[in-house]
Design a protein around this ligand. Sequence first.
Ligand code: AMP
Ligand code: MG
Length: 482
Amino acid sequence: MNDFRIEHQYLELPAAFYSRVPPTPLKNPRLVCFNSALARDMGFHTDNPEEWAAIGAGQTLLEGMDPVAMKYTGHQFGMYNPDLGDGRGLLLWETIGPDQRRWDWHLKGSGQTPYSRFGDGKAVLRSTIREYLCSEAMHHLGIPTTRALFMVSAQDPVRRESIESAATLMRVAQCHIRFGHFEFASHHEGKEALKTLTDHTIKLYFPHLTELPDDERYTRWLTEVVERTARMIAKWQGVGFCHGVMNSDNMSIIGDTFDYGPYAFLDDFDAGYICNHTDQGGRYAYNRQPEIGFINCQYLARALAPLMPEDNILRALRQYEKAYNDTFLSTMCSKLGFAEPLDKDINLIMDLFSMLHEHHVDYTLFFRGLSTLPSKGEAPVRDLFVDRSVADDWLKRYGERLEKETRPDAEREAAMCAANPKYILRNYLAQEVIQDAQTGEYDSLHRLLKVLEKPFDEQPENEDYARLPPDWGKHLSISCSS
Ligand code: AMP
Ligand code: MG
């Protein structure tokens, strides 16, 4: 029995915020992934997921769906672009599940819209698989993110650097409103529209603030958005995730990781790692993400200027650094097995990062190895270093710090294993399943998704997925063309 309610709250906004567009149908669709567990959570029970293939392909709509392309603008690589909007995706409807959670359904790859500019409105199989995999991987790592409900592949040819095949993703999230929506409202539609959008956002996604007087409500809300953004990015840094395209139109107003393009998880640690082939200046390099998150909050704050006094805006922005530092420090303490941060921990942490960087040590294997020191000894950590004495020096300091911990070793080991994933979505793993999918073979994609559902568990039958990447698989450069 299905158990959901349909709403169209977004359509209550002024007409400038969207355009009604039907999806462009794709040919011979095949449902290649369906997230049954998520569908159940959302109140959808289906014995026959195949019936979703036609919806994914834009051939049919369910009763009540009313597809619109959302209008937004935004800063791309630091430059303001007024012409953005859903250029290849449509918001189909909003549903509310049995637990009262709200879900936006966004069909990505559904054809051209008034905001497509020069694009064809399509998404290719390769990038659709990458988004599916990563959004689910992030969710299971405990990082706020949009989700993947299902994906469809089709026969239609799509021209990129070569001819590829089309696919679509049903992306779902509590909210698809981006920082760029506010930039659009403020810079093009004026104060009333901005206020309407902000009130809409607070009502649906920050309901605990609705009763406050205007001034205080807006300030508290901006503060929360800034804090959520900072915390999300601190979590990215902790797990070694590089987003790749942190434009303000890719920043979710509720602090979800949003829009997976040329992202990467770090293999060997490289602080300045640039995962996006087209980002030649390294604007979105791994170690610049915290600062870029702040710059995006500044773009948002500037857009909100008509709604609140400047002092309040500055006060809200100031919370970014604190929220980032607090979350980063607590994340690192969990990763290192410290129950509470002590005064000098930050030095130990910073020296650790320098060491990992200088010696090109695999980030994930290092922390997992550190987690299992009590049961497996030092070899899994030391063996990651060409020069073992470097590891020994740091391990000695770490050992001294651990003496101040009171938890029994086994308890600390369990806590660290729950903070340091064994399985991450390495680029080469994604690449392998994409190659299979391009020959019509999806078993390896399903296997990988299953492994990533339990990233913190030992999965003895899946040790292969936790290995160092092969040489061909390191530093794969992914372009924006998707
Ligand atoms: P992205 O880099 O995926 O965040 O996309 C930036 C903007 O370009 C958004 O407005 C997208 O909707 C639009 N876009 C990206 N790819 C296409 C495409 N193939 N066709 C139409 N619009 C696109
Ligand atoms: Mg985008």
